[in-house]
Design a protein around this ligand. Structure first.
Ligand code: FAD
Length: 471
């Protein structure tokens, strides 16, 4: 029997029983501390954080939300900081937690939206950027950018996607990155660059083409560190997500026009950009490049999936409170007395439990075998979990009627946050394709097994003296 850890209230006895023995005493203690911090500090501050973001079109992009900064100080003091960065993968900068242990913590944080992750310095896009710098940054790059990011002093953005380019295939990226003497010159137009609006964002990690004529389309790209105050950068506009601007971070369109940075700002080396970007997105692959098998050995990130389980769980809890509200009766019954409503609740619970298992198993695989041994699990989680969570949130919205789609409830914003995952965390069509292709690779083995079985069956029939099978 699993111990009575407070996490059971947020996940389930069964899932805790499956993973408890894989948690270190430190992880159990940190998780308990996180739950207390979540209940006593993060949750009560959520509405205040919203209220502290000005509605003024200009001011909302210049604001650092005070209560978030106050909570960051408290979280750091408690050791609830950079929980995502596993020491096993990042020995120098990481914390002694596994991906599996973090998965449970991220699920809890996912219940309280973007703010909760930021408070413990575990929010996108900084997490992926810190991983890039921790893995590939030079000592100077790490000192200048990684350390302030790890300390939560600055924020960062990752600039890959381009307006006129199908960017889910990173080989299409056109932004030009070229060397001129001791400098790198960047020209291009990016959009949907998350974090651009935040006044604390001091760094763009920019991906572009440095060698468009290279015969390998995977060696044409490079990644460069660009301070946000470099001349030649124009922020054109924040993009709106179903009408939300997501200020103060935002997702902006940016022009880089003759932007010059020192040669030392190149990450990893010329032509290594694709390697960096694939690892960052968790779409880890093998490529045959000039007869060399290149394997991108990086822990694939499934943080969005982990948080999406939490968002779905929170939506179900919200729905339960609504349908049992004694003041709401329709057609002579309370909402929860309608069979259709109970069915929606049961389906939601079942789907959350199933999806959590996918996420936990993917996290465990990453811990054991790195991303290399977890490609299937990562891919499946990335296309199953956001859709599952969307369905659950949609049911909760339905239970709230008109109130579910308006600003009085978190549900509409939660739905939007999940909907974008089906595009922004690598379009799910791409993950589906990759998982499908991996399945097809099993066919020769399956055919061989079927042939062996047919042989054994035939021998059995011969022995029994029966000519034809009857089914
Ligand atoms: C809110 C938000 C935040 C974002 N933040 C960032 C950021 O910080 N930095 C950044 O660089 N980008 C960011 N993006 C952009 C995001 O990464 C891209 O939108 C995504 O990679 C898809 O690229 P695209 O929009 O050019 O779509 P396209 O490449 O044009 O693809 C369109 C659609 O085609 C389909 N498709 C593509 N390939 C396949 C396939 N193999 N099989 C079947 N169907 C396929 C998919 O359904 C896909 O959605 C963000 C996007 C959003 C919405």
């Amino acid at each position: 029997m699993a111990s009575q850890h407070p996490i059971i209230e947020y996940t389930s006895q069964a899932s805790w029983a499956m993973i408890e023995d894989k948690f270190s005493p430190y992880a159990k203690e940190t998780l308990a501390k996180l739950i207390k911090f979540y209940e006593e500090e993060i949750l009560p501050a959520r509405k205040l954080a919203h209220a502290q973001l000005p509605t003024d079109e200009v001011q909302r992009w210049k604001t650092v939300i005070p209560v978030i900064e106050e909570l960051k100080v408290k979280a750091k003091k408690l050791g609830l900081w950079n929980l995502f960065l596993s020491k096993a993968h990042y020995p120098e900068h990481g914390v002694p937690l596994t991906n599996l242990e973090y998965a449970v913590m991220a699920e809890l944080l996912g219940r309280a939206g973007h703010m909760a992750s930021e408070v413990v310095n575990c929010s996108a896009p900084d997490t992926g950027n810190m991983e890039v710098l921790a893995k590939y940054g030079s000592p100077e790059q790490q000192k200048k950018w990684l350390i302030p990011l790890l300390n939560g002093e600055i924020r960062s953005a990752f600039a890959m996607t381009e307006r006129h380019v199908a960017s889910s295939d990173a080989t299409n990226i056109r932004t030009s990155i070229r060397r001129e003497g001791d400098e790198i010159v960047i020209n291009g137009r990016k959009w949907w660059i998350s974090g651009t609006g935040d006044p604390r964002t001091k760094l763009y990690i920019v991906m572009g083409k440095s060698d468009p004529d290279n015969k390998s389309s995977y060696n044409q790209q490079s990644v460069v560190l660009v301070p946000t105050d470099t001349p030649g950068i124009t922020i054109v506009r924040p993009m709106k997500v179903f009408g939300y601007d997501d200020a103060p971070e935002g997702h902006c369109e940016i022009i880089y026009e003759n932007v010059r940075v020192p040669l030392g700002n190149l990450v990893l080396g010329w032509g290594r950009g694709f390697e960096i970007i694939q690892g960052r997105l968790g779409r880890v692959k093998f490529f045959l490049v000039e007869q060399r098998l290149i394997f991108f050995r990086r822990p694939g990130r499934i943080h969005h999936c982990m948080r999406a389980i939490g968002a779905a769980s929170e939506a179900l809890d919200t729905m339960l409170r609504r349908v049992t509200d004694p003041s709401r009766k329709t057609f002579g019954k309370y909402l929860h007395e309608h069979g259709a409503v109970i069915a929606e609740i049961a389906k939601s619970r079942a789907e959350i439990e199933g999806a959590r298992m996918l996420v936990l198993s993917a996290a465990l695989q990453i811990d054991k075998y790195q991303a290399k041994g977890a490609l299937k699990e990562i891919g499946i989680a990335k296309f199953v979990v956001p859709s599952m969570a969307l369905t659950v949130v949609d049911r909760a919205i339905q239970a709230f009627g008109a109130e579910g789609v308006c600003q009085d409830q978190e549900l509409a914003k939660t739905w939007v946050g999940l909907r974008i995952l089906r595009i922004a965390d690598g379009p799910d069509a791409v993950h589906i394709q990759q998982v499908g292709q991996r399945e097809l690779k099993r066919v020769p083995g399956l055919v061989k097994k079927a042939a062996e079985l047919a042989k054994r069956e035939k021998a059995l029939f011969a022995k029994a003296g029966i000519k034809r099978a009857r089914l």
